[in-house]
Design a protein around this ligand. Structure first.
Ligand SMILES: [Zn+2]
Length: 318
């Protein structure tokens, strides 16, 4: 079939099916409730294991329990610039807590802190290790590839790999590499009839860097290439060709944001660890996000705190 013809003839149907014109329509039916848990930063310190356990129990004791958990990356405190033993310790805790405390289906994406040994000096890596880079996270998280897609309850989910090597050694930049972008374009084309959620660790688009303090009111906004995707425009242009893309969710900034641009909603969903387990970060507490996805492509989300009280920082210094 001629793809252009196919797209042209289905554009109106897609618009109707995805609720672009449902002012007088019947209430949408929920397809699935999911929970987005991002930036857990699991570590032996700061009672993080206890905190993560409390969070997972909170998710699963919801009266209206989610059926799927999406882990948004930075699942462990850090593997990027620590050695093998320290990384092994953190992934060991992750596996243990998940096995004991999570009975819901879960999927995950990879965060910058989940990447093993990109700081070769600090991690004492040479790049030839079997677990180097994203391999260790891929294995522990049980994902087939650093980026992929899957379906649940009629929705299509795309888990992106945000984190690519930066311009200098031991740094990273946020973008979708060429191979991944080609795959993404084909994947969206092949799944055009399903409302779609994009999961990434680093925000594809965000206004949160505006919150960075500047010395003088005339200073420009400086955003390092690891803070937000550097290919936002390219991704937004791609999504514009695929109106089934409704929602993109991320973490990384540990702040809460809802940004709507050209019919796509971008949510940055706080952090399970808030200020890396040292309490709230600015005004955001330890939490996760419940998202209801509807059959017609609409959705609702709410940030849920789970009552975690961080260790007082003074006490930690003892
Ligand atoms: Zn991050």
């Amino acid at each position: 079939m001629d793809r252009r013809l196919f797209l042209g003839s289905t554009a109106a149907a897609i618009g109707a099916a995805f609720g672009l014109d449902r002012v007088n329509a019947a209430p949408a039916k929920r397809a699935i409730r999911i929970a987005h848990l991002t930036d857990v930063h699991l570590q032996p310190e700061l009672r993080a294991v206890e905190g993560f356990t409390q969070c997972l129990r909170h998710v699963q004791s919801q009266a209206d329990k989610p059926e799927l958990i999406l882990f948004g990356g930075d699942n462990i405190m850090d593997a990027f610039e620590v050695n093998r033993a320290r990384t092994d310790l953190q992934w060991g805790l992750w596996k243990k807590v998940l096995k004991q405390e999570c009975s819901i289906r879960s999927e995950a994406c990879i965060g910058n802190h989940d990447i093993f040994g990109w700081n070769k000096e600090k991690s004492q890596t040479n790049g030839m290790e079997a677990e180097y880079g994203k391999n260790w996270a891929i294995e522990v998280l049980g994902i087939q590839k650093r980026y992929r897609s899957f379906d649940a309850a009629g929705w299509h989910f795309v888990a992106l790999d945000s984190v690519q090597p930066g311009a200098k050694p031991a740094t990273y930049a946020a973008y979708v590499d060429e191979e991944q972008f080609d795959w993404l374009a084909k994947d969206l084309q092949a799944n055009s009839s399903k409302p779609t959620l994009i999961l990434s660790h680093i925000p594809l688009i965000t206004a949160l860097p505006c919150m960075l303090p500047r010395k003088a009111p005339t200073d420009p906004l400086e955003v390092y290439p690891g803070a937000v995707h550097t290919d936002s425009r390219k991704l937004a242009d791609l999504f514009a060709k695929h109106p089934q893309v409704k929602l993109a969710i991320s973490g990384h900034i540990h702040q809460q944001e809802k940004l709507v641009l050209n019919d796509v909603t971008y949510l940055c969903n706080g952090a399970v660890s808030a200020n890396w387990w040292k309490g709230p970060l600015l005004r955001v507490r330890e939490g996760y996000t419940l998202i209801d996805l509807y059959q017609d492509g609409q959705f609702e989300s709410q940030y849920v705190t789970y009552g975690w009280k961080a260790e007082p920082v003074e006490k930690k210094a003892e």
